[in-house]
Design a protein around this ligand. Structure first.
Ligand code: FES
Length: 589
């Protein structure tokens, strides 16, 4: 055994000389008691001695959980990654991190995104890892893992779990989330029975995978592919398609080479890569949540990115993709139509892509997509005949949102994009729920619905309640959309003329806190303006009378409240900005 250990230490040294520094040799390559500790306990898993010979150790960061149904198939995916890692001469080690299941966690997964990112960052840095594969799927699992890994800056590949197969109910395609809003509205109108409502549940979620609309999960999977952290076709291969497992296998092989090439995240996450992702978001009609998440990731890698960049870069990008919630198809159709590579090629041909941005497979983004073809033009439109003229996210400003607010024009009603209406104010979500369906509520379709105290600090956690359902009495009249303004987020599967992320939020004393029933509000998306028609003197009077909500008493909620930044800068914690890399921590036993 002593001989074996000496041989391991020698092999590790030799391997270290050949390539870049391997962190793992500081654990597994050591002679004496330290090396014994690090190897011996690992061997209780049946791992043979030769695996500790200085080969790259690849961490597979897994968000598998039965409480995160969108990621419940990840054990299989992790096994496929392991096959690839072994095949390329690496040593895979899978580890769990906090998993954020969108549909069950309360008050909202967004409240825990930064917490999960800390789990990821510290798990990677504390362990003998040389490279990492991130298994992500449900909405917040992507940004939380990418933020944490970015602060460690090791060679890293992101593998998304893939969307569910198309939903189908009574002959009609139905999309995750998007049809929930429609079913709820149909029930309010008395058009859907309780039994129909229940039957639709299983029809919508009929396979493994995440939401199959162009909601936040599919948007973030697309962002990962466009930014270069995901392999080609990462975004759209359905979770149940065998090619998703193939992609995982190939990613496992590739990450070992990335370690040898020292291809760290910071070499991929450049300003140009973020610009590519922002333009891709416009072309796919992606979720407004991508704004907050990419701003936070940029903050971790030191790339200067602002809310204005989203407007400026997305301004000339039309929406090409006809997917719910903006359109009618679903992610499975998107994959068959050519997927994200076909969209990126359209952008590249139009001069809207930084073609030489690096990606994880070692090629440039353009090398990956230049031969991609659109198979179905009704799903992926071209630049000359886009699906919708305005794809990007518009950033609004005005006395109601001095630091900005966002709207997604592709999901809004054109005629409402310039509108002036009387405010009907809900002080918080409970007030909204208690009041919205009250037949006596003084509201009509010309009014502007205002929801306060649902921002990052409010509620707390920045919930997806910004697309408040319309009052039942207006739905019954056939009203389908109204202008809504809040400091909340909106699910990527939702739609409507909805102004979101108003900053500063009401709970931080932003002007939204001072809106009252009957005030007039002007929205002019063309001029990027949202304005409260109340004099400065009156606003000042209301500001003086305002009382800030009291902070939570203790625990994580208190840390969250005291350190979360506002929506316009990505809602990271102020003390998490930046990267510490992954120096080998000091041995303490
Ligand atoms: Fe998990 Fe939509 S609920 S992606």
């Amino acid at each position: 055994m002593a001989k074996d250990n000496k041989k391991t230490a020698k092999a590790a040294k030799k391997a270290a000389k050949k390539g870049p520094f391997l962190r793992s040799t500081e654990w597994f390559g050591k002679p004496g008691m330290d090396g014994f500790h690090h190897r011996s306990w690992m061997k209780n898993q049946g791992l043979p001695h030769h695996l500790f010979d200085g080969r790259p150790v690849i961490g597979i960061c897994n968000t598998w959980s039965e409480l995160t149904p969108c990621n419940a198939h990840f054990r299989i995916l992790a096994e496929r990654v392991k096959r690839g890692v072994y095949e390329a001469g690496g040593f895979p080690l899978e580890f769990p991190v906090m998993s954020l299941g969108e549909t069950l966690m309360r008050p909202t997964t967004m409240m825990f995104r930064n917490l999960a990112s800390m789990d990821v960052e510290e798990s990677i840095r504390a362990n003998p890892l040389d490279g990492v594969v991130l298994l992500v799927g449900c909405d917040k699992t992507t940004p939380s893992l990418v933020m944490g890994a970015a602060s460690c800056d090791l060679p890293t590949i992101v593998i998304s779990g893939g969307p569910m197969l198309n939903g189908r109910f009574r002959g009609e395609a139905i999309g995750s989330g998007t049809h929930v809003w429609k079913f709820v509205e149909a029930q309010k109108r008395g058009e859907l029975s309780a039994q129909d409502f229940q039957d639709a549940e299983a029809c919508m979620s009929r396979s493994v995978g995440h939401c199959m609309t162009m909601g936040t999960a599919s948007t973030m999977a697309s962002m990962m592919e466009a930014i270069g952290l995901g392999m080609p076709s990462n975004a759209a291969i359905p979770a149940a398609d065998s090619r998703r497992n193939t992609l995982a296998h190939l990613a496992g092989r590739r990450v070992v080479d990335m370690v040898t090439e020292d291809l760290k995240m910071s070499k991929i996450l450049t300003r140009k890569a973020f610009e590519n992702a922002i333009r891709a978001n416009g072309a796919i009609g992606g979720s407004t949540n991508a704004v907050v998440h990419l701003l936070a990731v940029a903050g971790r890698v030191g790339v200067k990115l602002s809310l204005e960049d989203w407007d400026a870069l997305g301004r000339d990008v039309p929406c090409l993709v006809n997917l719910m919630p903006s359109g009618k198809y679903l992610m499975e159709d998107f994959y068959y139509a050519g997927g994200l590579p076909a969209v990126l090629r359209e952008l590249g041909d139009a001069g809207l892509l930084h073609k030489n941005a690096k990606t994880v497979n070692g090629k440039s983004i353009w090398q990956n997509v230049k031969d991609a073809e659109v198979i179905e033009r009704d799903v992926i439109h071209g630049m000359t005949k886009p699906f919708k003229a305005e794809g990007g996210i518009c950033v609004l400003r005005g006395n109601l949102a001095p630091n900005g607010a966002v709207i997604k024009p592709s999901a809004a009603t054109r005629k409402l994009m310039k509108h002036k209406g009387r405010a009907v104010v809900f002080e918080d979500i409970e007030h909204y729920k208690a009041r919205v369906d009250d037949p006596k509520l003084d509201i009509d379709e010309t009014c502007v619905m205002v929801l306060k105290n649902c921002g990052p600090r409010g509620y707390p956690g920045f919930s997806e309640v910004g697309n408040m359902a319309l009052p039942a009495k207006l739905l019954k009249k056939g009203v389908t959309d109204m202008v809504r303004i809040s400091d909340a987020r909106m699910s990527g599967t939702a739609y409507g003329t909805v102004v979101l992320h108003t900053s500063p939020e009401a709970a931080a004393g932003g002007p939204l806190a001072f809106v009252q029933d009957g005030d007039m509000i002007e929205l002019d998306v063309g001029k990027r303006r949202v304005h409260l028609d109340v004099s400065e003197e009156e606003l000042e009077r209301r500001r003086e009378a305002w009382v800030a909500p009291s902070p939570p008493d203790r625990g994580y909620w208190r840390i969250y409240h005291d350190h979360v930044m506002q929506a316009d800068t990505g809602c990271d914690f102020d003390f998490l900005i930046g990267s510490s890399g992954a120096p080998v921590p000091r041995e303490s036993h």
